[in-house]
Structure formats: C-alpha cells, structure tokens
Write a protein that binds this ligand. Structure first.
Ligand SMILES: C=C(O[C@@H]1C=C(C(=O)O)C=C[C@H]1O)C(=O)O
Length: 281
C-alpha cells in the first residue's frame, strides 16, 4: 500500500472518538470529585474514630464486587490498579498515611509489592529488619508495616516476627498481593488496628504448645475444635512449640471454638481477605 496521508474520513472518525473519550473523562472526573467529597464527609463525621483510616476488608469487598461485574477489554489487573489509587487517595483525605516495609533492598519484591498496593505517592520507607519496620510503626513514623509471609525457614534471626507480634495492639490486616500471585512473592500488612472482615477471609492463629508437642496432635486439636486450617507452620521456641495456623474464615479472639483448644496460649494474630485470581495468561 502507498504511504499516503490519513484520509479526511479517518481523521474525522478519530476526532469523534476522542470527543467521546473527553466527555467520558469529564464524567469520570466529576464522579471522582464527588467520591472524594463523600470520603471527606466520612472523615468529618469522625464515625471511624481515631487510628488509621485504612479498612483493607472493605477495600477487598469493593474490589471483589467490581471484579464480579467486570466485562469488556479492560484487564482485571488494571481495574485493581485504578481502584488501589482511588483507595489510597481516599485514605490520604482522611489523614496522614505512610508505610514501613521490611525489604533487603529498595528493589526487592517486598518493596515492590508494598508500592503497588499502597501506591507510588504514599510515603514508603524500606527497613532492614522486620523489627525495625514494626518499631517505625510503633513510634508513629508509619501507619502500617509490610512484612514477609511467615515460613518455616525465615531469612535471618528476626524472620520469625510473628512469634513476637504485640497483639492485640498490632494485628495482621491484609495480605499482598490481593490479585494474582506475583511469582510467589507475598507479604502481610500489620497495623495498630483490628482487621475488618471482607466477607471471605482467613485468620492467623498462633498456638503455644508444650516443648516437643507433636505436629499431628496440634493439627488434630485444631480440627477437633471445628477450625479448618489451610496450612500450619511450626517453630521451636525456648521451652515451647509454636504453631501458626491459617484458618478459614474471620475468627475473633473471643470465638468459642478457640476455648476447645487444649492450650491456654492461643492467639489470633489477625485476618486477611482471601486474594483473588489474576488475569488468565
Ligand atoms: C472510605 C473509606 O476509607 C478507606 C477508603 C476506602 C475507599 O476509598 O472506598 C475504603 C476503605 C478504607 O480503606 C471507608 O472506610 O469506607
């Protein structure tokens, strides 16, 4: 085909579509300003009380609702990205918000996950140990801490941060990423606030059993109590065996099922919205 200049009809077609896009942008901008005004009313009412305005359960419920009704060529991951920015803009309207993330380097997966979830404008500081990230939050320098998902072989002596979490003052409130699996990198968000239910959640239960307690016995006791553990990890502590169970559902510390466990030290460390599947590859 000869390399000719675009014909007038093609230009007219582009101009018409761009006019349509401009009108949609104005309508979307109007709605964003209206949404921000509603959030400002929410903040002004003080109904949410003091502390961080972040409600990860509510955010997850909003995203699940939108993804369930989503159709068309716009990717699901894009929808989540757009709403993550909206959520963080709303959070900023309600008060100062910043993030302390434990990551070996600012380029590491943990730091990227935190930036993707809380947005590039949210002040985010990288700390060299989980304890330092938690201390920054406790000192009021950060609103939340982003820490590695517990494993049986944590990196470094401070890796098992979950064995020393100061609950109920601090609790796990979210798991990252919310959409997709990000090549296996995952993190938990800890905040000085209780988690809020999203409608589909998992809770973290820490059991302090006697030294040498059999793993099978702990798993059986959890099942006998009527709790469904998706996974349990174990850690040897001085004079005790620690078990961290990922329990189906939103379980509170006063849940009657916990009373059926034969160990006095059984602590809910928090809960998080179950992540949703990403876009098909
Ligand atoms: C507006 C709220 O505060 C925050 C912002 C949200 C939003 O923009 O929809 C949702 C939950 C909170 O993280 C709220 O609690 O509803």
């Amino acid at each position: 085909m000869p390399d000719t200049a675009p014909t007038a009809p093609a230009e007219a077609e582009i101009a018409a579509l761009r006019a349509e896009i401009d009108a949609i942008d104005d309508a979307m901008h109007d709605l964003l300003m209206k949404r921000a005004a509603v959030v400002a009313n929410l903040a002004g009412s003080r109904a949410k009380g003091n502390g961080t305005p972040l409600r990860p359960g509510r955010e997850a419920a909003v995203l699940r609702r939108l993804l369930a009704r989503h159709t068309g060529p716009l990717g699901r991951a894009r929808v989540v990205r757009i709403w993550r920015e909206i959520f963080m803009a709303s959070t900023a309207i309600q008060g100062a918000f910043s993030v302390a993330v434990f990551a070996p380097t600012p380029q590491s997966g943990q730091a990227r996950l935190a930036r993707e979830h809380f947005g590039p404008i949210t002040p985010t500081r990288v700390h060299p140990t989980p304890a330092r990230a938690l201390a920054a939050m406790s000192a009021g320098e950060a609103s939340v801490a982003v820490l590695p998902v517990p494993t049986e072989e944590p990196e470094g002596p401070e890796g098992a941060w979950w064995t020393r979490l100061d609950v109920p003052r601090l609790q796990v409130v979210a798991r990252l990423p919310f959409l997709g699996d990000d090549g296996g990198t995952a993190a938990l968000v800890v905040a000085p606030v209780a988690p809020d239910p999203s409608g589909e959640d998992r809770s973290l239960l820490l059991i302090e059993a006697e030294d040498g307690a059999a793993r099978g016995r702990i798993a059986q006791a959890i099942a006998d109590a009527g709790l469904q553990a998706a996974s349990i990890l174990f850690e040897r502590a001085e004079g005790a065996t620690l078990a961290l169970a990922d329990i189906e559902g939103f379980v509170r510390q006063d849940d009657a099922r916990l009373a059926a466990l034969p160990w006095a030290r059984r602590t809910i460390l928090g809960a998080y919205a179950v992540p949703v599947a990403g876009d098909a590859p």
